[in-house]
Design a protein around this ligand. Structure first.
Ligand SMILES: Cc1cc2nc3c(=O)[nH]c(=O)nc-3n(C[C@H](O)[C@H](O)[C@H](O)COP(=O)(O)O)c2cc1C
Length: 200
């Protein structure tokens, strides 16, 4: 995993799985995502926590070379299509907003938790996973026959990291630019709002 352009994680660097996750666009067009890896990623999603164990996350899964891959790709916005076509698999994470008991509380939160599990398992597999809001959600619902109670939330490109040289120049610069985060002092408070728990 290339990490030279990543901001230093500092004194409190998290687990390597979290440290090494990022959202690259340069994907190896020959990269293979083994079916077993996809199944482990989906199992990681399956074991995510959810409100009352309601398990709202659902996935459309399209390995490259399948009709499902092509249909998801066609529904991405052009800016995402340009790089995501080199993915080894394209997924769409969906929320089951209602079940037999009625509306599912925290359904989108649950899909976020499940999808982060999926993404981190991808990192553990030596793969990369890049989430996208840039796709035609109503188009996905129509194309794949989703029930009205299910909402597509994010597409996920899973692949093998490729060289930034694969990208057009403007994209290449963004790919290799330093990644930034707000400091811990703006994220975690104690005593009252805005009073930093710790500086960082
Ligand atoms: C809900 C969501 C939607 C996103 N949509 C897109 C997208 O449409 N296209 C894209 O290239 N990246 C997209 N991203 C990736 C973010 O830009 C990226 O996660 C963020 O800049 C932080 O960078 P990092 O993931 O490399 O740490 C999305 C991420 C999330 C979580």
């Amino acid at each position: 995993m290339r990490s030279d352009h990543h901001e230093a994680h500092g004194e409190f660097a998290p687990h390597p799985l979290i440290r090494d996750r990022w959202s690259p666009r340069a994907l190896d067009p020959d990269g293979v995502v083994p079916t077993e890896a996809l199944l482990r990623m989906l199992t990681a999603a399956r074991w995510a926590p959810s409100y009352g164990n309601t398990q709202p996350a659902r996935y459309l899964v399209g390995p490259r070379g399948t009709d499902t891959f092509d249909r998801i790709l066609a529904l991405l916005v052009p800016g995402n299509q340009a790089w995501a076509r080199n993915a080894g698999a394209l997924l769409v994470a969906c929320a089951q907003l209602e079940n037999a008991k009625g509306p599912v509380p925290y359904a989108e939160y649950g899909v976020g938790l499940a999808t982060q599990n999926l993404v981190l398992q991808a990192v553990a597999e030596g793969l990369v996973a890049h989430q996208m809001a840039g796709f035609d959600a109503p188009g996905v619902a129509a194309e794949f026959g989703l029930p009205g109670t299910v909402r597509p939330l994010t597409a996920v490109a899973v692949g093998v990291l490729g060289s930034p040289d694969l990208l057009p120049e403007d994209r290449r610069d963004r790919e290799t630019a330093p990644r930034h985060r707000i400091p811990l002092s703006k994220l975690a408070f104690t005593q009252h709002w805005d009073h930093p728990f710790t500086t960082g």
